[in-house]
Design a protein around this ligand. Structure first.
Ligand SMILES: [Zn+2]
Length: 377
């Protein structure tokens, strides 16, 4: 995905041409709000804009992608490019830069991510993220300094609607009386939540969603899926690229998990020790996060066997073959063993998390399963 040139952004050709033109003609408005719903590409557009402003060897109005300025933007480490974004406040974390490592990772992974993805990335749980007064003070300091390169200083604020009122007021002052050669790029999904005084001082650039065909082509290229899946997901996500990528990721994982789950249950039911050992070896070779996610998936499957329906996002990709398996398998999970099975999976999860040897953990669960799966209703 990187470096971030306009030409790499999905769709919106006319808008990109317009933005490039404002840079070429040196008609850069000092405060702009890139406004679009989740997964439309507002952040990608703002980064491409910043890169084109910094680039000193532009090609056809776009940044070159290879000069030192472009490289530094693509690494999200340009000294005159700053980012503000919502964070979890705690004693150790007061400003956005405290999360810069996670920020760089998620943007490089895909600049189309949404707030849910960001919350997952920083393990936010149910906590609310915010842009608060310490961040506003930090912005003030960065913007007051002279630029390193003698050109523009650019601040990209992702989701300014997450600013609290005191941060908003500080930012307003800065936008009203900006130091020379300062550029504010606000990337918003909901302008209604931004104080009107800020809104009225920014130039609003609407970012429409890309077309279904554009989203589908992007998924096909980036995620190496079949064109059938790409088209299906582009359609299901209603052209929200963040959601499309989430669906794709959960679908891929779910189908691997489901395959492993089916094999595991078959083998333990048949008490086939040697094949069980082979499967355990295979699972043990995956990462700990995957192993934990697999155990959670098994738990979810057991519960669904009890309630008798297989809903939930993870199973939207289920094939008829897999559905047939679950129908036959469900009676083996019942009130006689659900408690033990649940406990076994939770125990295993606990031990994997604490770095126990995965081969031993999964083999131990398999042996216990031999006994549990005989308790048919
Ligand atoms: Zn360049």
């Amino acid at each position: 995905m990187h470096p971030m040139q306009f030409k790499e952004i999905i769709g919106n050709k006319d808008l990109k041409d317009h933005l490039k033109q404002t840079i070429t003609n040196d008609r850069i408005s000092h405060a702009q709000m890139f406004l679009g719903s989740e997964g439309s590409g507002g952040l990608a557009m703002a980064i491409a804009y910043a890169q084109a402003v910094f680039c000193k060897s532009k090609v056809e109005n776009d940044s070159c992608g290879t000069c030192p300025d472009c490289i530094r933007v693509s690494k999200l480490g340009h000294p005159d490019l700053h980012f503000s974004y919502p964070i979890l406040l705690s004693q150790g974390t007061r400003v956005s830069d405290d999360f810069i490592v996670s920020w760089r990772e998620i943007v490089k992974d895909s600049p189309y991510f949404g707030l849910d993805d960001w919350h997952n990335k920083i393990d936010a749980g149910n906590k609310q993220s915010t842009i608060a007064k310490d961040e506003a003070a930090s912005i003030f300091k960065k913007i007051s300094l002279k630029s390193f390169e003698g050109g523009y200083k650019i601040l990209i604020i992702w989701l300014p609607e997450a600013m609290n009122i005191s941060a908003s007021n500080k930012l307003l002052k800065l936008i009203e009386e900006p130091p020379e050669k300062t550029l504010f790029l606000l990337v918003s999904q909901d302008q209604e939540q931004i104080i009107t005084t800020i809104r009225s001082r920014t130039q609003i650039i609407k970012i429409p969603k890309p077309t279904e065909a554009e989203v589908s082509a992007y998924l096909l290229k980036k995620h190496n899926c079949t064109s059938e899946v790409a088209e299906n997901v582009a359609h299901l996500s209603e052209r929200n690229i963040a959601l499309a990528e989430r669906l794709l990721a959960s679908g891929e994982t779910a189908s691997t998990h489901l395959d492993n789950f089916m094999t595991w249950m078959r083998l333990t039911y048949k008490r086939d020790i040697s094949e069980t050992v082979n499967l355990v070896d295979k699972i043990a070779k995956t990462g700990r996060e995957e192993q934990k996610s697999f155990l959670k998936f098994c738990l979810q499957m057991f519960r669904q066997c009890i309630v008798g329906h297989y809903t939930g996002g993870a199973l939207t990709v289920m094939t008829t073959q897999q559905a047939a398996f679950l129908k036959k398998f469900a009676p083996f999970i019942n009130h006689k063993n659900i408690m033990q099975l649940t406990e076994m999976m939770e125990d295993a999860h606990y031990h994997i998390e604490r770095n126990a040897n995965p081969k031993i953990v999964f083999l131990d669960v398999s042996l216990k399963m031999f006994a549990q799966l005989k308790k048919k209703m």
